[in-house]
Design a binder for this molecule. Structure first.
Ligand code: COA
Length: 152
């Protein structure tokens, strides 16, 4: 399947990017639109996948936790485009950004339904974690040390 990966840049892209997050990750579980951003947006690395019509079909974000570690948050792919490699491609781009910035460890809190997805990408399940919402989450971790760094 053909899709492009980029960081949102124009006002319109940012608007659609956050709206997409809301549509996939918050609206279905009844959370308010105000929960869609956190305090780290400005210092994070954002990736969105668009199809050949320019429509956003997937998003993901990475921020640095400390000098060695990054965290992935807000991974979401449109229902109609799942299991086609979009999520994998977004995570790979986030991982490359982490490696290129000397953070070779990535942590994330995966919803139960995403644990197999992350396991397939090499993330190890460290066990259940409470993230304050009513969906079971598991903390997962990947050491990128042995992965070759690629250009972004
Ligand atoms: C989790 C999610 C981002 C995966 O995106 P995706 O584009 O479907 O993932 P990919 O197609 O790149 O899948 C990569 C691999 O994981 C597998 N996979 C993906 N989702 C899976 C699932 N729910 N159950 C089992 N395997 C899954 C794919 O089959 C593929 O395996 P393969 O390499 O053997 O073919 C997407 O399902 C999603 O947005 N879910 C709803 C929101 C969500 O829960 N986000 C995560 C919050 S922590």
């Amino acid at each position: 399947m053909n899709f492009n990966l980029k960081s949102p840049s124009s006002y319109r892209e940012w608007r659609e990017y956050f709206l997409f997050r809301y549509k996939i990750l918050r609206k279905p579980i009844g959370l308010h639109r105000s929960t869609i951003r956190d305090k780290l947006e400005k210092i994070s690395y954002h990736v969105m996948a668009t199809n050949n019509k320019g429509k956003i079909i997937g998003v993901g974000r990475l921020h640095f936790v400390n000098i060695k570690e990054s965290q992935i948050r807000y991974m979401a792919v449109d229902k109609n485009f799942r299991k086609k490699g979009v999520g994998n491609a977004i995570v790979q781009k986030l991982e490359i950004h982490s490696l290129n910035n000397y953070r070779n460890k990535i942590i994330l809190n995966a919803r139960e339904n995403a644990v197999i997805f992350y396991s397939k990408l090499g993330y190890v399940n460290l066990g259940k974690i409470d993230v304050g919402i009513d969906i079971k989450h598991f903390q997962m971790k990947k050491n990128l040390k042995n992965c070759p760094s690629r250009s972004e």
